[in-house]
Design a protein around this ligand. Structure first.
Ligand SMILES: Cc1cc2nc3c(=O)[nH]c(=O)nc-3n(C[C@H](O)[C@H](O)[C@H](O)COP(=O)(O)OP(=O)(O)OC[C@H]3O[C@@H](n4cnc5c(N)ncnc54)[C@H](O)[C@@H]3O)c2cc1C
Length: 285
């Protein structure tokens, strides 16, 4: 099938993009970034936007830079930018570990980091990263700009705090201290498929015990989130099998899993336990 008719807009600056989006948002005007989620759903006519605001010609949105203690990822930065570490230290390695699980190579050369965040698929790897690390989403509209922390940004399945007329211009991730350990584990049926469940953990080890633990799961619930009970099970304990199993149990007890045609809640709860334990094991491997 071909997409329903739409008007195409190609702004060259952020101001122009925001202005155009402000004019067309009420008529289901949408931002077109990498098109790797939007174009397929338009082809199936599951989405019929009357206007597309293509941001690919806005050079200022290609910025990928460290500013202070944050990595700033502009709206046109593609997944493939992270194939090699973009910053020294654990954050760069974490991003280049995770990116390989996003779809297939051609999808990663077009799809954008910010597009994934705006689309907010429950099984998006970048949404999990933003939720785990406490990313900040920077949005702009003709009404002004605002920054929303990850815990307030993701609101459910493909639902975010972004208003229809807001352009997500940038996502900011904290630079992680050099001694931060991380572990990521994803389960999907075939390589390149969306995850059925995944976990991302980070922590430091100081005086032989775990400090600053972050434990987050994605693909399990409508949106990725940190699980405070699991972090409590780790903090102050040595990084041991016993602590990891306690944290994994805490995740399984805390989640309210999604069900779909292929999996029920019991399956996903068990998966949440397993991916968490394996992510923790990878953090000390
Ligand atoms: C076969 C296949 C497999 C895939 N597998 C995975 C996977 O394993 N994991 C994964 O995470 N993703 C996967 N994807 C999706 C892919 O990562 C997309 O690139 C991503 O979800 C959306 O990014 P995009 O830049 O392509 O956005 P687009 O498709 O252009 O846009 C998606 C939505 O977000 C909105 N949007 C985009 N950018 C902005 C912005 N800056 N401000 C406001 N709104 C915006 C659009 O209006 C649209 O509603 C897969 C896609 C395909 C086709």
């Amino acid at each position: 099938m071909k997409p329903a008719p739409f008007r195409y807009h190609a702004p060259k600056t952020i101001a122009e993009a925001v202005e155009t989006l402000g004019e067309v948002a009420a008529e289901d005007g949408r931002v077109l970034a990498g098109g790797q989620s939007l174009v397929p759903i338009m082809a199936f006519r599951l989405a019929r936007p009357a206007h597309l605001v293509d941001i690919n010609g806005v050079a200022a949105l290609r910025r990928l830079a460290v500013k202070g203690e944050r990595l700033c990822i502009g709206a046109c930065v593609r997944h493939a930018a992270f194939h090699e570490p973009v910053v020294n230290g654990p954050l760069g390695r974490l991003l280049s570990t995770v990116v390989r699980h996003i779809g297939h190579y051609p999808i990663r050369t077009r799809g954008t980091f910010c597009g994934s965040i705006a689309h907010a698929d429950p099984a998006s790897e970048w949404c999990l990263v933003a939720a785990a690390l406490g990313g900040e989403m920077v949005a702009q509209s003709t009404r002004g700009g605002r920054t929303t922390p990850a815990q307030d940004f993701f609101r459910g399945i493909m639902t975010t705090a972004l208003a229809d007329d807001e352009l997500l211009t940038e996502v900011r991730l904290p630079i992680l201290p050099a001694d931060t350990r991380f572990g990521f584990y994803e389960f999907s049926r075939r390589a390149g498929d969306f995850a059925l469940g995944m976990a991302l953990v980070t922590f430091r080890v100081q005086n032989d015990v775990i400090s600053e633990p972050r434990v987050a799961v994605g693909g399990i619930e409508p949106q990725p989130r940190r699980i405070a009970q699991a972090e409590l099970a780790l903090a102050g304990n040595p990084p041991s099998r016993q602590a990891f199993e306690a944290a994994a149990e805490a995740v399984a007890a805390a989640v309210d899993p999604l069900e779909d045609a292929m999996t029920n809640a019991d399956y996903r709860r068990d998966l949440a336990r397993t991916v968490t334990r394996r992510a923790l094991e990878r953090a000390v491997a």
